[in-house]
Design a protein around this ligand. Sequence first.
Ligand code: NAG
Ligand code: NAG
Ligand code: NAG
Length: 392
Amino acid sequence: MRTVSLSQAAGGLLLLATGAQAATIQPRDTTIIVSDEVFGTPGEPAIYTPPSSGRCPPFNRGTFAIDAYQLYPENMDWDSKLCQVYIGILFNASFGIYDPYADALSVIEFPGYTRHSAFHVGGVAYDPYSGLTSVILGQGNAFNTAGAQIAGDNFFKKFDPRTRKFLWSLNATAVSQGRYGGFNDVTHDVHGNSFFVGTFPSSILKVDPAGTTIEEWYLPPTIDHTIRGYSGIALVEDTIMVLDSGTGQLFRFDATAEKGTPIPVPHTPNTPIPGGDSIRLPPKFGGRIMLAADHVRGVAVLRSKDAKWTEAEYLGLIPNPPGLPAGVLIVSTTQIGDKLYIVNDWFADPWVPGTVAGNKTTFPMIEITHQVNALLCNAGRTKRSAELAWSG
Ligand SMILES: *[C@@H]1O[C@H](CO)[C@@H](O)[C@H](O)[C@H]1NC(C)=O
Ligand SMILES: *[C@@H]1O[C@H](CO)[C@@H](O)[C@H](O)[C@H]1NC(C)=O
Ligand SMILES: *[C@@H]1O[C@H](CO)[C@@H](O)[C@H](O)[C@H]1NC(C)=O
């Protein structure tokens, strides 16, 4: 059993604070910040500004690696205003702010939760309208047990990157009452609402701009937490897109509706997207291109020419390049500057004794900009595998 007591977790924190971690390789240029936000206190409504992109300096590192012991990232997202990347540090259950130009990582820890084996930080997404970032600090058990066990607290948190402070935190378990869980990914509408998905079974919860309430926005007719469902969520205009990782199908929802109603989005060819995780609509394509992380196979690239997503073209699959350490899983994708990247993780790495994660010290960021462009260029002409791009 992978268990660690709260006091051990606190001990880990102390070790870090006193810098007594001589036995492990320290991440380069890492800053640790301890979050001091108050639980359950609603914040001020967010200030809305139109999304900007393209103001950041050109990013030209190509494929690179983030050298940080036990980073094990889940979702990452690009802040096109402050030109930095947010990272869900899965197993340590902390939150990373990464400056990709300076290769500098800051880690925000949540006392009592960070390095507690029950907790994961998975869902992380930047809201270009408010400039704020949503973070899901939730239970890992749902994912470790394929939904058999989902008990425990889950929190939806809002972070202000400008002050580097968490503004508020809501208890999702107080709403779900343990009936559904596995909270996985998050997106935002233009009005400042946040929508986050649960995987066991499919659920979508909606949070108002001020962080006052969590509303059950979509629940399936039968709530059975052993059924795997929605894993990724993304939004363009008033359309919410989700990927069902159980069936490999895409659905859309009207974000302005009182309650969510899933409408299937057929894709052609109808290549299933099994083992799905996050989905992203990279800002540079204005919501017309979707990157869907498919754990063991690759990144599925889909297109909706009018960004309405009533139907989609499946343009192809971009696998990881050969040579990555065994056990690699594609968990997400992110834009950085105007480049596109695969985010990889290794869920099955045995934990280093006394810690809550494996022994990896370096995490590759695989650039796939050219592969995505190749699929866009080839779409409508002869279908060609993006895999060729790695050898050519
Ligand atoms: C994760 O926690 C370990 C201590 O268990 C620490 O040494 C490491 O730096 C942390 N990793 C990150 C990315 O914060
Ligand atoms: C979150 O809600 C659950 C269910 O109501 C409750 O048992 C738990 O104590 C709450 N956690 C916190 C930190 O308030
Ligand atoms: C890391 O862990 C793996 C799996 O337990 C092991 O094979 C490898 O030797 C370890 N590497 C280091 C540098 O400790």
